[in-house]
Write a protein that binds this ligand. Structure first.
Ligand SMILES: [Zn+2]
Length: 133
């Protein structure tokens, strides 16, 4: 297998890169839910999540009751989330974002909006223009 590591092309998931479900969808992340009890793993359809929970919903640190039903018995486990930013990239568990990460995510968004207003290319959170490697 040649070429750069997928994690170099697209850094693994972080709350700074995409805090909300809308940002995850815009960046084409792949998100899965996994039950901590029965292990049932499902693809998460982000447009549906956006419709149900709203565009600013945050999955970082969030859990939901498992939806599995076997022979009439519902699983009592909780699901957590994992995300992949690019095909073959690392899966990252969506643990709760820290207050500092949330603050930085909002600051990055404000900077990107300011740069767009000034006619500059928005920069990535590493300070380099987005799209460059
Ligand atoms: Zn379960």
């Amino acid at each position: 297998m040649g070429g750069p590591s997928p994690n170099r092309v697209s850094p693994p998931a972080s709350p700074l890169a995409a805090l909300t479900v809308t940002e995850m969808h815009a960046k084409r992340w792949t998100v899965r839910s996994r039950c901590r009890r029965c292990g049932l793993t499902l693809k998460v359809h982000l447009p549906s999540v956006i419709r149900v929970l709203g565009p600013d919903a945050v999955l970082w640190g969030r859990t939901f009751r498992c939806q599995r039903v076997d022979d009439g018995f519902a699983c009592a486990g909780d699901t957590g989330y994992t995300a992949q930013t690019i095909r073959h990239g690392s899966w990252v568990g969506l643990r709760a974002a820290t207050a500092r990460e949330i603050q930085l995510a909002h600051a990055n968004r404000a900077t990107a909006a300011y740069d767009a207003y000034r006619g500059r290319e928005p920069t990535g959170f590493d300070g380099k223009p987005s799209g460059s490697t």
